[in-house]
Design a protein around this ligand. Sequence first.
Ligand SMILES: Cc1ncc(COP(=O)(O)O)c(C=O)c1O
Length: 374
Amino acid sequence: MSRTINFNAGPAALPLPALERARDELLDFAGSGMSVMEHSHRGKEYEGVHDEAIALVRELLAVPASHEVLFLQGGATSLFAEIPMNLLEKGKTAQYLVTGAWGEKALGEAKVVSALFGASVAVQSTGVGEGKEKSYTRVPAGAQVAVDPGAAYLHITSNETIHGVQFNVDASRPFPDTGSVPLIADMSSDFLWRPFDVTKFGLAYAGAQKNVGPSGVVVAVVSKEVLDRGRKDIPKIFQFRTHAENKSLYNTPPTFGVYMVRNVLAWLKGQGGLAKVEEANRKKAGRLYGVIDKNPQFFRSPVEKESRSVMNVVFRLPSEELEAQFIADAKKKGMVGLKGHRSVGGIRASIYNAASYEWVDALAGFMEEFAKGK
Ligand SMILES: Cc1ncc(COP(=O)(O)O)c(C=O)c1O
């Protein structure tokens, strides 16, 4: 069987060993004569997987006792609403630093919730232009972020999957320093490809379907302070504290999804930890941006150098016709998922943890060949 070279933005490629493990264990999990999907979420077999997955997140990110690891449902999109539901109150302001389309979505939900609660939302945006023409090409430098010390929290999208702009790749573009204001980050396409200091975050959350596993699971690292601060007058299911108090077993979790996350985390640990994984990822991104920069007459990165994403490499060719041909020719070579998001067009190669250097090198070689032939 040959594996397709998969540059999908999410759901995305999963590490082959994690899939093989699932295949091997599918019909008979741990000698139980049942698949893990058929076990009770309150039984020792599933609970072992669940606990191991939480412990692996803690170990990989060195999560201290000040923070909890949660598995939530409803996608990162649900958290766009749940975050203001938990943390906004009358007279308070939530700050949104919007650096792309996902940040806009998060902001939209915060506006709805703030209107219900008599709170408000303050926006800083790096977007240029209006409507469909609006483009995002950078994250701000540290000093450019204005933090209101009285804000309920500051929300960022640490990597904008569609626009390919990312915080903290270049030293001049660190995660904002928010002091005592909780920093909340949508890390969906930024989670577990490198180490980061979780103590700087009140809440970091990620839909699993990019770097960590299948869709349907959200992994969140949340401070006890943020948990304590959360409102108690919203439905229990939406209170983050409910899930922390019940070890993410308040209701039935997506057991197979968490099981797959466990497999991916175990594979990540086997790679030697996140510092090693970061090195590999930066090498992959460097290979692609190298081809783009060496061929400026043919490839163009719309993103400012200091903000270029290591996870989602977006670029343009001289015309939309050439872009369509590039995608079609790449497909003939066994490479899929290169079409940019429908809202922005162009090309996007998503090169999360499971995309090997060999895959990326094959794409880089194809780019060089394609540019030469035109
Ligand atoms: C940065 C970011 N945030 C949020 C989402 C939405 O995630 P979900 O579809 O799991 O709700 C995505 C999905 O692609 C994303 O890339």
